[in-house]
Design a protein around this ligand. Structure first.
Ligand code: UD1
Length: 364
């Protein structure tokens, strides 16, 4: 059996690393299983892509489609054409996609049209917000997915409501958390720690990259002004995504406790998060990591496809209205933030369950 593993953008890499390891393990135990790692090239900078391969010991991709930047449709179109050519040359038995980026959707479409089975890791999650490109990617991918490997009960129930049968849905846990737990002891102090004299629980980590927050100057400025005004002068470390960097260039937002940084490697970023007083973000994946590490997290979005990070975890949905920031930051500094729990099966063993199940399904 040949599995194509698709990775395209930063949040994919930590999700595929344990899958590759689980495939190698199954192979060493005599299973008939091979993989081909396909990097679409949606993210291509070293600090958005290459560093993750090195730090997480992911082998070099077998094929890089090198599609680069572009509009949503340009990227999707280029990926479909390039991946279709790969499949026509040598078809795989199953196309395994993760998450919700453009590469996830585009490869699923190309493969499904050639009659190849689709497995979607992290299937079924929904923000119900169709202004987010990721929501469209999730819905399109799931509409043509054969096997759903899910991270939450809510995902299972979303899929059932959309008419997918129970025999296609497998609640396995979270491969992103496999990587986080495996690497706890390897997390690495970033140089910024000593440069700024940071102390445990004495700084805030911030990330922003969603179009709703960063594509419009006034919105980005208002959010940052509110965060700075309510930060009690605590250092704010802000690794800046390339999309956000383009916008910040014109804004010149400065504060004595605001420290910009380049996007960080996985081990350094999670070192910072683990010991942070709090995280302020508009990412989805980071809210899962803060949940597992028990770090208070404020999400600057109006919705989330990961509700368990709120109902069980340490995350709170603040919204995108800058006026909402003060009450949440006051709560943070009052020390009354909730303590969280960890969702079922986010235990570090998810990829093993996925490959075990895939072997059974493909033998049927
Ligand atoms: C993508 C994903 C999003 C994910 C995010 C994490 C989609 C629709 N969105 O959004 O779900 O949370 O990645 O990073 O797939 N750029 C660089 N260097 C790179 C990559 C991108 O400079 O290595 C620039 C691009 O030229 C572009 C901008 O960053 O101008 C945005 O990149 P893009 O891939 O379009 O989407 P993201 O906003 O990164």
């Amino acid at each position: 059996m040949l599995i194509d593993i698709i990775a395209g953008a930063r949040p994919n890499f930590m999700k595929i690393a344990p899958i590759i390891e689980a495939i190698n393990k199954a192979k060493s135990q005599g299973e008939d299983i091979e993989y081909r790692l396909i990097h679409t090239g949606q993210h291509y900078d070293r600090n958005m892509s290459g560093s993750f391969f090195e730090e997480l010991n992911i082998p070099d991709p077998d094929i890089n489609l090198e599609i680069g930047s572009g509009t949503q449709a340009t990227q999707a179109g280029r990926i479909m054409m390039a991946y279709e050519a790969v499949l026509l040359d040598k078809p795989s038995d199953i196309c395994m996609v993760v998450g919700d980026v453009t590469s996830t959707m585009a490869c699923s479409i190309a493969a499904k049209k050639l009659g190849i089975k689709i497995a979607h890791i992290e299937g079924g999650i929904r923000s119900w917000d169709l202004t987010m490109p990721e929501e469209i990617n999730r819905m399109v991918t799931d509409a043509i997915t054969d096997y759903f490997f899910t991270t939450s009960e809510v995902a299972n129930s979303n899929l059932k409501k959309e008419g997918h049968g129970e025999e296609k849905i497998f609640y396995v846990g979270n491969t992103m958390i496999d990587t986080l737990l495996k690497n706890q002891a390897r997390l690495k102090k970033p140089t910024i720690w000593n440069d700024l004299g940071l102390e445990k629980k004495g700084y805030i980590v911030m990330t922003l990259h969603r179009p709703a927050n960063v594509d419009e100057e006034q919105q980005l400025k208002s959010l940052m002004d509110e965060i700075i005004a309510n930060s009690h002068d605590m250092p704010i470390i802000f690794p800046v995504h390339p999309r956000t960097a383009k916008m910040l260039k014109n804004l010149n937002i400065e504060a004595s406790n605001l420290h910009y940084a380049d996007p960080m490697g996985y081990l350094e970023f999670n070192y910072l998060v683990r010991d942070a007083f709090a995280v302020i973000t508009d990412s989805g994946g980071i809210t899962e990591e803060t949940t597992v590490m028990g770090v208070p997290c404020m999400t600057l979005r109006d919705n989330t496809e990961r509700p368990e990070t709120i109902t069980l975890g340490t995350n709170e949905l603040v919204g995108t209205n800058p006026d909402n920031i003060k009450p949440f930051m006051d709560k943070l500094f009052s020390g009354n933030w909730k303590k969280g729990d960890i969702p079922y099966l986010w235990d570090g063993k998810t990829a093993g369950r996925i490959i075990e199940k895939t072997l059974v399904l493909m033998k049927k």
